[in-house]
Write a protein that binds this ligand. Structure first.
Ligand code: NAP
Length: 281
């Protein structure tokens, strides 16, 4: 069965749009997301455009600030501080990656925790790991919603996550653990990866290595979540999972495109709404 991220994300966005309709009467305005893009990376331009479109679709106000690639770090940090202090801004997202002269960690730390719609601020991360209220990073949050939409309860299941990044692997492992799965986290130094992945009842792959998970690495009936966004030899978008050989064995599988990607954006909308409500309620 295909886990259709497009359909699940459309339903979530429709739900958010309904809630947004009531906000002007209660708060005098709608949520406002500011996205900052530094430079002209083509992939980042697409992501930023999609985020703007999603804001429009749910009825948010959105602003995109495009800064030149040679923007000094201090200029970006000053802009973020200005947005932190602006009461009419509810969410701030700085599109990564950033040019080499800018320290991403400093940027993440400078965004006010109240407006951190990505959930990347160290205090948000700490709250996540202590099971306290926080902004949950969008991609892991979207993955959990996809599992729920498929009726897959992680409780008691063996979940294997490949990849240990701050934005995907680590937080999704934590969310699966919180959902009572037994979680194994793999990475580039894992020995006998296939032996581990074959034990997975839920397999989440976030490596950035095109089609690296093949049918022989997956057990019959596994739920497979492919986070990867790569281009194959023909320049076509593809995931970290070799769909052709894995799909026949999986009970559920996310396609690329149309799986995790749309969920990430829908969850960004949800996080923006949550930041708005936490600040204004
Ligand atoms: P990342 O920061 O580059 O991390 C990749 C992780 O994969 C690392 O932990 C690395 O291990 C591990 N890894 C790499 N090669 C491996 C191998 N051969 N075997 C086992 N583990 C391996 O990547 P990321 O930011 O998490 O993103 C992962 C992928 O998801 C990318 O394709 C990215 O474009 C995509 N992505 C998609 C969305 C979406 O919305 N769909 C959102 C975010 C990311 P080490 O730690 O040992 O180096």
């Amino acid at each position: 069965m295909i886990l259709d991220g497009k359909a699940v994300s459309a339903a979530l966005k429709a739900e958010i749009a309904e809630k947004v309709k009531e906000l002007p009467a209660r708060f005098g305005r709608v949520p406002h997301l500011v996205v900052i893009l530094v430079g002209e990376d083509p992939a980042s331009q697409v992501y930023v455009r999609n985020k703007g479109r999603a804001c429009e679709a749910v009825g948010f106000r959105s602003t995109t600030l495009v800064l030149p690639a040679d923007t000094p770090e201090e200029a970006l940090l000053a802009k973020i501080r200005e947005l932190n202090a602006d009461d009419a801004v509810d969410g701030i997202l700085v599109q990564m990656p950033l040019p080499a002269q800018i320290d991403e960690k400093k940027v993440i730390r400078t965004i006010s925790i109240e407006k951190d719609v990505d959930g990347f601020h160290p205090l948000n991360v700490a709250a996540l790991w202590q099971r306290m209220p926080c902004a949950v990073p969008c991609t892991p949050k979207g993955i959990m919603k996809l599992l729920a939409a498929a009726g897959v309860d992680p409780k008691g299941k063996r979940a294997v996550v490949i990849g240990r990044s701050n934005i995907v692997g680590l937080p999704v492992a934590k969310l699966l653990l919180d959902a009572n799965a037994t979680v194994t986290l793999c990475h580039s130094r894992t020995v006998n990866l296939a032996e581990v992945t074959r034990q997975a009842e839920i397999l989440v792959v976030a490596t950035g290595r095109a089609k690296m998970i093949t049918g022989n690495m997956v057990s019959e009936g596994a739920v497979v979540i492919d986070v990867g966004m790569n281009t194959d030899e023909q320049g076509k978008l593809c995931g970290d999972v070799d769909f052709a050989t894995v799909a026949p064995k999986a009970s559920f599988i996310t396609p690329v495109p149309g799986g995790v990607g749309p969920m990430t954006i829908a969850c960004l909308m949800e996080n923006t709404l949550e930041c708005f409500l936490r600040r204004l309620s």
